[in-house]
Structures are given as C-alpha cells and as structure tokens.
Design a protein around this ligand. Structure first.
Ligand SMILES: [Zn+2]
Length: 194
C-alpha cells in the first residue's frame, strides 16, 4: 500500500472531481460530475446553472463558471460555503456509487493529497518551483479522507447492528467507541471483520 497518493490521475482518477460521468444532484438538479455541480453552485441564477450543467466536460464547466465569475455573477457568500458544498458533493459521489466506494476504501491508510502544478494550494498542494515552501491546505484530500473514514464507521456500525448479539445499550456504547477511534485503528478493526 502506498503511503501517499498525490496524483489523482490514471488508476486514481476516481478521486478527482474531473472523474466523469458520475451524476450527482445539487439543489434539485443533476450534474454529470462533482465538478459540474460544484461550479454550478457558485451561482444562484438557475439559467446560469443550466449553462454549466449542459457543458460536455468537467473542464468545460469550470471554464464557463470562470467566465460567469469574471462577469460578476458569483454569489457573495461563496467563500463561506464552498468547502461545505464540496464536502456534500464528494460524500454523495462515494455514497452513491458502490464501485467508487470500494476503490476509495481500497486506498487504505494512504494519505490523499490533490497534488497539482496549477498553483491550487486551497484544494490541493502545488509542487511547482514557484510554490515550493507553500504547504497546500489540501481541502479536497482532507474531504476524501473524511468520507473514507465515514464509510468505514458506517460499515462497522452496520456490522454491529446485524451480526452481533448485544443489548441496545451495548450497541450504543460500541458505536460511540468507533467515533473516538483513530483512523488507523478503525482501519485495523475494519480489516479484521469478516
Ligand atoms: Zn504552483
């Protein structure tokens, strides 16, 4: 198992928001990728959201959104909500598609970092000469690791509920215990379960 995955391409393309098609829903509309939905969420005007929804590729959705932003259409509170929006979309993506869920779980304990060369030190970590010395905030990687942990906790909770003979009090106690465990310990426990 790799310790760090920092290239969301090739076999790890599924970790990228440019992975498509994997339809997700945001505010009553369905988009073909998390990138499309994220870009559309920047605007409250439905006409603008439809323009982004219609883009054939995630890159196209980003480009159109950028143009609309430059024209001054972006919602004022975007910076306050964007991480929550992304978190919701990424959660939905992996909860909705079992093959993606399995692939995410199979990254094990690897640290997930959205490595890039286009100076994105908010969602990832840029490795270009200009950005040397800057540690990217890696919000996308952090969200992915949180979703991975949530899936494991959920799976272990289901196991407690379905295969163990225990009183409701014991069940609650075991569930609480899971919430406080480190990811490494959760992963070990997960590996030992049938
Ligand atoms: Zn850079």
């Amino acid at each position: 198992m790799m310790d760090t995955i920092k290239d969301f391409r090739g076999q790890y393309k599924f970790l990228s928001n440019f992975y498509s098609p994997c339809p997700v829903t945001y505010d009553g509309m369905t988009y073909q990728s998390t990138e499309h939905a994220y870009q559309a969420a920047k605007f409250t005007d439905k006409k603008l959201r439809i323009m982004i929804q219609k883009e054939e590729t995630p890159a196209g959705s980003k480009k159109t959104a950028h143009k609309l932003e430059v024209e001054g259409n972006r919602r004022d509170d975007w910076n306050d909500i964007k991480i929550d929006v992304m978190s919701g979309l990424v959660t939905q993506k992996f909860m909705r598609y079992d093959d993606l869920k399995t692939k995410l779980i199979n990254t094990g304990t690897a640290r997930l970092i959205e490595g890039n060369t286009w100076h994105d030190n908010i969602w990832g970590d840029c490795s270009c000469p200009r950005c040397v010395g800057i540690t990217g905030q890696n919000h996308l990687g952090k969200i992915l690791m949180q979703v991975r942990k949530d899936i494991i906790i959920l799976t272990l909770k289901e196991l407690i509920g379905s295969t163990r003979e225990c009183t409701p009090e014991e069940k609650l106690e075991r569930e609480k215990e899971l919430e406080t465990m480190s990811y490494e310990d959760l992963w070990k426990k997960f590996g030992l379960e049938p």
